[in-house]
Write a protein that binds this ligand. Sequence first.
Ligand SMILES: Cc1ncc(COP(=O)(O)O)c(C=O)c1O
Length: 286
Amino acid sequence: MVDFGSNDTLSLTSSGVLRKAFLDEIARHPDFEVGSRSTRIFEGSTKYLLDLEDHMAQFHRAESALFLPSGYEANVAIWSTVPQHGDVVVYDEYIHASIHDVYSMDGDVAPVHEMLKLTKEILPHGNAVFTIDEAHSNGLIGDNGEQRRTRLQNNIQRFYEKITGHSEWAKCVFGGILSLPTQKTWHTGSFQTPIIPLITELGQATKLTQKLHEAGYQVNSVFYPIVPRDKERVRLVIHADNTTAQIDEVVDLIMNWSRSRLADQLKRSNLLVSGEDMYQDVAFSD
Ligand SMILES: Cc1ncc(COP(=O)(O)O)c(C=O)c1O
């Protein structure tokens, strides 16, 4: 299936770039042992892992780094150790489900600088720990960005221009068939986020997802409790290696489906009006 679903936004996995880097790295270290042999507190902290953590710290310009197998485990590690009795935890209402039950699927950007500034103003003695659960911007924002992001940015632009410029788009939004919270803001930042949250009517996200799957396009539906109950959606993720033809086709498929929903809606409302007329006729004849 064409990838409009995974978080491999720079197409590092699908293009084989990571595989090549991995094999090159193994070839450079012929003695590299696969497997941890033990938990880290005993014999699991190999030199290679420590070097990797140094490298990650430098990459992120941090004092140090700790490598964990998943984002979930990183969140468990932080939130079960850092906050102490009497501390207050203030969190963004859209944080990830692994910390709370609703998180951002909106493809928007957290105002981290403003949050940090505010924290320093409110707690001038520095008695705060500021935590960012970052999973989607590595390589997309900042000095360490890859060249591939230019391709990705062009693809995101293509998608938005094609869908919001579609002759039926405004009608579908007005009719409540689809909405795109990022419609007005996608081009206002210094970069565009690849997550496209297409919010549908209740009960319709699965249907649109199914239509796209049948046509060979991988996308995901997202429901409560990952997003609020009335904000179910089809979540598309744009990739560096998506072609223009694929983007155009996925937009056409979305818009064809939306147009037929709109036609159904009109049919239903016409039936309703004629039903009401009938009722009035009965009332008059009484
Ligand atoms: C912001 C954020 N935090 C945490 C996670 C959880 O990561 P993992 O699936 O590696 O546990 C994700 C997964 O997408 C995420 O987007």
